[in-house]
Design a binder for this molecule. Structure first.
Ligand code: ADP
Ligand code: MG
Length: 719
């Protein structure tokens, strides 16, 4: 009965042409299926009347209470004026509150009349109140409407008189449509049976009109499973096709350059993790298939060396390699390290950035085309059309999150044959997320820091501890160390933030006279910013006052203190990244989180996690749990092929695991089951068509998501 699903929404009882247009343009609901899958964003319990004494906890659903208004009075002045109605259920009293239309509401409800008030109770000063409740006269003949969904509707719709109730009615009409009984399940029957899932027909019904909490839960589980099943099927299928279709360079041997470097030049012992990752990369590059690998390693874990040695594998096999960095300074740092390592073994490294002069640029272009240059390090300048390679075999992208999709695609097309790709990031991706999104991309992890590093001491301090913090900074300055002081910069509050940053700069200069302080923020001209960064990197400035523009990956081993102001305004992952700027030398380093003494318990708990662990994975998982799924929204705009509607990667890890297992089984058994048109859910609509063979697709979507995850607010302001 697929034509039931495809039926134009205008044919639904209660819709018609005009409403159909609004539903399509405002909600993207154009067919019966769209509406069936337009699930409520929250549910309300109108299955019974609650007693005021039953209210508990801080996260009550919206509920209804039957009773009478005892009196009305106003409180507060001017903009804070509000109307308070005291409501009694016969046993206990509570307040209802209105912040607007005060005169209207103060006379709207009569004493002695039984009303039903409805809304979400909030706890304030130990008492519950309901703000702007829905109020109706109690009607004993009206049966309880049960558990229902609340639908999100747009402002435009609201203005045109659309309500959640109208949508409820429309959904109700649709569920009563004789065609609905005939719908077929979107999951293979074996899967439904094996995983004990609620059949689609009941699940959709329960999502909109739950009988009770248990049924709703079961329905949710089913819809989440379905969504994740198709996402996984999609990724797995892509990966199977790609695996069989995409040939890559075959780097058969480990040659002289690699060995010469390894035995004679390598300035330290590789860590066990570095060795393991190099083996993984080596194994990939000798399969004859194109490598698409993500290398995750905490800040300071030594990813650059892994990149360099992988590049030597390419060079030993007659290919060139490119290392692309997001900023000029980072490219320069990489160039300096790589040149030092490469010179003794006769490997030629060049640097190409936006500021490379024309003459030098021409020379580099020629060297790349002739193959004289083995390794090129650079910024966006590498993807200009004039840059052509003799034979590019490996591309390493460092701290990928700041390249746009199109830019990466461009670098890609520089090579006739698809080069191997290694994307390096210090952003730890939670395991559940990695599994879904990196379904195709292989992931390597460096989970060990080079020896001899002292763990960073993380302290949570408040304004009242300023003196103590200043003393610590003084002590480190006198010992010759360098200091970072970081301020948040959140766009909505830009002016205010800039002011606090400037004040912080002034205060720092006043407090530590005799030490040069540099100043960096995202609104600066790039040249000025580079200059400020540069004097810090060279040690001329001893303190840097900055917003989070502090370059990802910048290596100043002499820096030993990271002070983060208004730490409560940063995400945990971001704090972790910032903390990673220190602790790169052999000295004890400190990360000082300046918190607000008045912050809530949750905020304090969050910051305390930072003082308890330096494990980036634990931190990112905690972060994701705390922030919840909201931050995962918007994945669609970023070019992700899917956008989860019901599932929540932070919480639904177990469902994900089962869904993936099921998808794999189905694909192995009978991939045609998942052919386009055979099944469809809104999550996957249009997505089941074969993907364009864009080799960067998976790494792009992975990195875009990790970018969202890292949520480093003002990076976008830099370039
Ligand atoms: P990241 O992973 O953050 O990019 P880097 O590659 O910049 O880290 O490495 C950080 C520092 O550690 C560099 O100075 C690098 O030379 C050094 N390093 C890397 N690997 C080792 C090792 N195995 N032993 C000692 N020092 C190392
Ligand atoms: Mg790095």
């Amino acid at each position: 009965m697929s034509n039931f699903f495809e039926t134009d929404i205008k044919f639904l009882k209660g819709v018609g042409d005009a409403r159909a247009k609004v539903l399509a343009s405002e909600l993207g609901v154009a067919t019966f299926r769209d509406l069936l899958y337009y699930f409520p964003f929250r549910h309300i319990d109108r299955s019974r009347f609650y007693a005021i004494s039953e209210l508990s906890g801080t996260d009550m659903p919206a509920i209804q209470i039957k009773g009478q208004f005892i009196n009305f009075h106003t409180d507060g002045e001017g903009a804070r004026k509000r109307l308070i109605g005291v409501f009694s259920d016969g046993k206990k009293m509570m307040e209802t509150v209105w912040f607007s239309k005060i005169t209207t509401f103060s006379t709207a409800y009569k004493p002695g009349v039984d009303y039903v008030i409805f809304g979400k109770p909030t706890l304030f000063r130990n008492a519950y109140s309901i703000a702007h409740p829905e109020v109706e006269i109690y009607d004993a003949s009206k049966p309880p409407t049960g558990f229902r969904g609340v639908y999100s509707i747009t402002e435009t719709m609201r203005k045109r008189g659309y309500t959640t109730r109208l949508l409820q009615n429309l959904v109700f009409n649709l569920l009563s449509h004789p065609g609905y009984e005939g719908i077929t399940d979107t999951l293979p029957p074996e899967v439904v049976a094996r995983y004990n899932l609620m059949p689609l027909k009941s699940a959709i019904r329960q999502m909109h009109f739950p009988e009770n909490a248990q049924m709703l839960q079961k329905a949710m589980e089913r819809m989440k499973f379905e969504e994740l099943f198709y996402v996984e099927a999609h990724i797995l299928r892509y990966s199977m096709e790609r695996g069989s279709k995409l040939p890559g360079f075959l780097f058969a041997k480990i040659g002289d350059k690699f060995n010469g470097f390894y035995f004679n030049v390598l300035p330290f012992q590789l860590t066990g993790a570095q060795k393991r990752v190099l083996k993984e990369i080596r194994a990939d590059m000798k399969t004859g298939r194109q490598m698409n690998r993500l290398l995750q390693g905490d800040v300071g874990s030594g990813k650059t060396m892994v990149a360099f040695m992988s590049m030597l594998m390419a060079v030993d096999n007659g290919c060139q390699a490119a290392l692309m960095a997001p900023t000029e300074i980072l490219a320069q740092q990489h160039f300096a390290s790589l040149t030092e390592w490469a010179r003794p073994i006769g490997v030629k490294v060049a640097l190409l950035t936006g500021s490379t002069r024309a003459a030098a640029r021409r020379e580099i272009h020629a060297g790349l085309l002739s193959g004289e240059i083995d390794i090129i390090v650079g910024t966006h300048a590498l993807i200009e059309d004039s840059v052509q390679f003799h034979l590019l075999g490996l591309v390493v992208i460092d701290e990928q999150h700041r390249f746009g999709v199109a830019q990466r695609g461009k670098l890609w097309h520089k090579s006739e044959k698809v080069p191997h790709v290694l994307v390096m990031t210090a952003t730890p991706i939670p395991r559940t997320l990695a599994m879904t999104v990196y379904g195709d991309l292989e992931v390597s992890v460096i989970d060990e820091l080079p020896p001899g590093r002292k763990p960073i001491t993380t302290l949570l301090r408040y304004d009242s501890n300023r003196m103590e913090v200043d003393r610590l900074i003084f002590r480190e300055l006198r010992a010759g160390r360098q200091i970072y002081i970081v301020y948040p910069l959140i766009e909505e509050n830009e002016k205010l933030d800039l002011k606090s940053l400037e004040e912080g700069y002034q205060r720092t200069c006043d407090t530590f006279p005799g030490y040069r302080v540099c100043f960096v923020h995202g609104k600066m001209k790039p040249a000025e910013k580079d200059h400020q960064m540069d004097i810090f990197v060279r040690g001329e400035a001893r303190i840097m006052v900055a917003t989070t523009v502090i370059e990802v990956g910048v290596n100043v081993p002499n820096a030993s203190v990271m002070v983060i102001e208004n730490a409560e305004r940063f995400g945990l992952s971001q704090l972790h990244q910032l903390r990673g700027r220190v602790g790169r030398g052999a000295d004890q380093s400190y990360c000082i989180l300046m918190g607000k003494i008045k912050s809530g318990a949750d905020t304090k708990k969050r910051l305390a996690i930072m003082t308890e662990t330096t494990d980036g994975f634990l931190i990112s998982e905690a972060d994701m749990k705390i922030r919840g799924p909201g931050d995962m929204e918007g994945t669609q705009q970023s070019g992700l092929a899917f956008n989860l509607k019901v599932a929540d990667l932070a919480r639904d890890g177990q469902i994900l695991t089962r869904a993936r297992e099921a998808a794999l089984a189905v694909l192995r058994g009978n991939p045609s089951l998942l052919a386009p048109g055979c099944v469809a859910t809104p999550a996957m609509q249009g997505d089941m068509t074969p993907l364009p063979v864009d080799h960067f697709w998976v790494s792009v979507m992975a990195s875009e998501l990790s970018m969202r995850f890292a949520r480093t607010v003002d990076w976008s302001q830099i370039s």
